[in-house]
Design a protein around this ligand. Sequence first.
Ligand SMILES: O=C(O)c1ccccc1NCC(=O)[C@H](O)[C@H](O)COP(=O)(O)O
Length: 217
Amino acid sequence: MMDIRVKICGLKTPQDIVAAADAGAAYIGFNFFAKSPRSVTVEEATALAVEAPVGLCKVALVVNPDDAMLDEITSAVPLDMIQLHGQETPERVAEVKARYGLPVMKVLGVSTAEDIQRIEAYEAVADQILVDAKAPKGAVLPGGNGVTFDWGLLARKKYWRTPWMLAGGLTPENVAEAIRVTGARQVDVASGAESAPGVKDPARIRAFCEAAGAPRR
Ligand SMILES: O=C(O)c1ccccc1NCC(=O)[C@H](O)[C@H](O)COP(=O)(O)O
């Protein structure tokens, strides 16, 4: 069986990073959305990223960032990828890729079949697509809400032009079923690996990676 690549999102402490690396995660996400309980400052992310084990893909999660914000983050934090988690257009995705020379993962929220069609325009420009649940109406956070969507919608998308990752309400308890239904080879989790909002739980990180089928360390 092929290994699944896991992204643990919203890491805030050196212990979180050790837990993710030990559990076999492939990606770690630093969240720069200030209203999130998972947010880190540029200084905090820099300190975490410089100590992260070689080989872990370090991802900056940003929401509708302007160039000034991206300039500040990318000039300080050693990063491997930028995750655009807002309403960025395909043109903005291409612009960010060209300006910063880093791979870009574009997040798209899904709740209907039309949302799946919208993905195509981004496959032409993004290096990866992260398919997430749409945020509930009135939610403060555009992601990290612990809500799932109808995985069957994705099972019907047969052709992908670019690598993609599944997110949205994944937990150690449901991730194996989500992979089975969608055929995802990469999965992402934020709240499902926590004991409280913004507090990662090493046991849940381990359980998530194990249930997903991440390579054992
Ligand atoms: O996690 C957050 O607080 C967050 C805030 C603002 C934008 C995005 C955010 N999370 C993005 C992620 O990559 C999450 O892993 C993804 O939305 C799934 O979250 P969850 O349902 O909690 O696993």
